[in-house]
Design a protein around this ligand. Sequence first.
Ligand SMILES: Cc1cc2nc3c(=O)[nH]c(=O)nc-3n(C[C@H](O)[C@H](O)[C@H](O)COP(=O)(O)O)c2cc1C
Length: 634
Amino acid sequence: MAHSFEILVMTPAALGDPTLAVAAQRAGHLGILNAELPLPEGLLEAGLDTLARMTDGGYGLRIDDPDAALALAGRHGARGLGCIVLGAPCALANPETVAAIRAAGVAVLIETTRWDDRLAGPLAAQGVILKGHEAGGMVGEATSFILLQQAMTAGAERIIVRGGVGLHSAGALRAGGAGGVVLDDQCLMLRESALAERLAQTLGRMTGAETALIEGADGLRWRGVERPGQGSAAALRSNVARAGSDGQADVARAAFGWDLAAGQIAPMGQAAAFAPDLAQRHASLGRLARAIQDHSAAAVARAARGDVLGEGQGVAAPHGTRWPIVQGPMTRVSDTSGFAQSVAEGGGLPMIALALMRPAQADTLLAEVAGKLAGKPWGVGLLGFAPSALIKAQVEVALKHGPGFALIAGGRPDQAVALEADGIPSYLHVPSPRLLSMFLEQGARRFVFEGRECGGHVGPMSSMVLWDSMVRTLLDEVTDPKQAEGLSVLFAGGIHDARSAAMVAALAAPLADLGIKVGVLMGTAYLFTEEAVSGGGIVPTFQKMLLDCRETVTLETGTGHASRAALSPFAEEFAERRRTLEAQGVGAEDMREALEDLTLGRLRIASKATERKGDDLKKVGVARQKQEGMYMIG
Ligand SMILES: Cc1cc2nc3c(=O)[nH]c(=O)nc-3n(C[C@H](O)[C@H](O)[C@H](O)COP(=O)(O)O)c2cc1C
């Protein structure tokens, strides 16, 4: 099998131990000594010396200090230092240093946490590493999945992805156009890892959702793992908020390290959760790298056959739709019959969002939908955490109008099983692999795996990490083809076009081969359609705001309560208020209440240009709509 897919290996940040980089070089891959966080005195030079002594040269160094980088290129270039990886802010601000390092015969790769079109130009011609939101240490808002799509659209050369890389997600990234991946956290339990023993217990329990995210000003974020109960991440959040733009990076860098018992935060990303399984299956770095190359090549070839998500494939047959595509229920958007009709005519399965809709209103709406769709399949979206009396009343109303399917956000298996008994096949969102095992055991059969890239309410795990974990869990647990045939799974979060769907096809191919029905669920993509406006889902200003939007952010009111929305005046107001509350040391519960109050009614202002005044809905003007609306998108 041809191996044009590169594997780069970075040593753990803030450690200075070069063993993994040595192993990578010896296995024919690029090993990189990682000095993105300060290393204890002398370890950087010592690490480079070890690499010079123990390998044939060509190894790399990740560093952010331009002067030190140039000096090291001069001193170590001739001894075997083959490339330097600079952070994008450092490289973009010092193009002459980049040129000087190259003139010294050392290649320069640029690592970025945020896409910038200049990275498709000559400065980054030797390669770009896209460091996703799910990675450890300093990160941005965009995940590996999103960054890759941005880089491919811009036409960048030699794109390497760091963050969220597992055996299955590597196939997706390769299908999406990545030229290679960085392994870092995934290697922590391999036999070459100096931290394997120290981290065995922590990593053994991890799913990826445990990593803490610390959000600073100016879009800077840090991710890591703290010892539970230490409060290190909470303390760092307050310190970062107090330090503000100028001091936050130094404050954050100083908090990272591998002594968790002493309150340090380990610079690990979500893919650290893959480490124990990968170590058990592959043991050494050479074997893991080989497995990723082989598996990803096979996944791309398999997806290229076009029958994983093709017309009539996967969930299309059980849904009775042309495509294995479901339009995700969207509160205050997918609540009109006109929009549902367009989705159905386009070959997808429309889902009416019942959310907290009163039963009488739901009755009128669903009667209209059933009439307009005239036999075409459609479904309803319920909120599993809504008051049970309301859900019961909504289901009673829905049953009158015969939806073919239901999707329960935040739902439990017993809710799905009850709906199925009423004749409505029902999907459940499953946010973690452990819950998936439990849900399977409790009789649920239809699942949505939605990554953090999605619009609306988001979970902690990125699509690459969540999807990889879920595919692995299903392959481990579902061995009987009969059981497989009864299962349907929808992938969601950041899917919107041919490339993103091809990535899902590569990742989901092993499930399709097992007989599991697969499909995709999309929300945001539908918001960009003419029919979302003409069908009354959203007003024109909402769509205009989305078309102008260059970045999305998550608005987090409290742990487990975050929504993704366009960066807008309201999103900025929200972030500012949150930072103020954090700097004041306000307790979690009070903070959640204050921030939830702030978001109340803001989606309706954005999507419908109305607001509730007592029992009435009043029109909101365009200026206020732009200023005060919350534009939920992924
Ligand atoms: C404006 C908006 C409102 C949403 N409301 C709901 C909802 O009420 N229930 C639900 O299950 N999902 C809701 N979602 C999530 C979508 O159903 C879907 O899962 C998500 O949009 C998929 O990710 P994508 O946006 O990257 O395509 C909402 C999404 C958006 C953008």
